[in-house]
Design a protein around this ligand. Structure first.
Ligand code: HEC
Length: 159
């Protein structure tokens, strides 16, 4: 037979439990504070650094472009794709293998008839497209000048 719990016993046990819960709550509060501050600091630093870099980067570009001292340099960089660069990035996919009947770069016999048309016609056809070949080899962002340089490069390589 268990002895009946007196009111005094009840309040003692109840008091300990309440105290335990309060202590636990304080520990959780401290721990969450510790973790929350380290995590959010790191995340904040990262966001801040990225944002700072982005702002610096874009303002650099804007300043360069709008600064007359640098302007010519920037323009030169922007349009400095050589014929070889354009050829390698756009034209080679068809003109190295002869895909879709493209005249192969480096095989003079495949260019004879085309050369006879004159360079101006070849430029125009490369810029506007001919037969299966899409205009500018499919990269419309190329300038006419870049396409011409690429044609020059192809013809030079095919002599
Ligand atoms: C999708 C494949 C493809 C790409 C990419 C491509 N070409 Fe062509 N190209 C062809 C084909 C096919 C022909 C032959 C078309 C014909 O004669 O019917 C051709 C023909 C040409 C000719 C000869 C045109 C003529 O009048 O005979 C030139 C010059 C030329 N390409 C230059 C280029 C340049 C420069 C590029 C890159 C900017 C390029 N091509 C990218 C497929 C391609």
């Amino acid at each position: 037979m268990s002895s009946p719990t007196s009111d005094k016993d009840f309040y003692t046990i109840f008091g300990y439990i309440t105290l335990g819960i309060i202590v636990l709550a304080i520990i959780i509060a401290i721990l969450s504070k510790v973790f929350a501050s380290t995590i959010s600091n790191d995340a904040y630093d990262e966001v801040k650094t990225t944002a700072t870099e982005q702002r610096l980067a874009s303002s650099e570009k804007i300043n360069l472009a709008s600064n007359p001292t640098f302007k010519s340099e920037v323009i030169q960089v922007a349009s400095s794709k050589s014929g070889e660069d354009v050829y390698n990035s756009v034209c080679m996919s068809c003109h190295m293998s002869g895909a879709a009947g493209a005249p192969i770069t480096g095989q003079a016999d495949q260019w004879g008839d085309r050369l006879a048309k004159g360079n101006d016609t070849l430029y125009t056809n490369a810029i506007n497209g001919i037969g299966i070949m899409p205009a500018k080899g499919g990269l419309m962002s190329l300038s006419d000048e870049e396409v011409k340089l690429a044609v020059d490069y192809m013809l030079e390589e095919s002599r």
